[in-house]
Write a protein that binds this ligand. Sequence first.
Ligand code: NI
Length: 136
Amino acid sequence: MDKTAIVRCEHFNAAHRLHNKNWSDEKNKEIFGKCNNPNYHGHNYELEVKVIGVCNAEIGYVIDTKILSHIIKEKILNRFDHKNLNLDTEEFTDLNPTAENIAIVIYNLLKPEIDPTLDLKIKLYETPRNYVEYPY
Ligand code: NI
């Protein structure tokens, strides 16, 4: 049977600051620019969760989107929506909350919740013009 991909789109707002504590303020500003603003800044993150696999023969679904939506809400949105990623979440206490790292964290939080016979891919838009994909 051929594989099919199904994508669930979700959304969250969060604040962050990109900063490497091992660097000087000057170097942080040089590398991260506006994203190093000491008082943080926000993004409207658009999250696309893609699940890939062979449809269940009896049902015709790769995964029930109601179930997928529920998993994303429980594991991701409740954790990150309307939060300061640096200050309010344990995932980014010591990890720079770049879009790349956020996508990897989201993947790792969702992967154990999805049937292991299915593949999972994350697309995360930080702005309408910038997005990251994991795994690539
Ligand atoms: Ni930013």
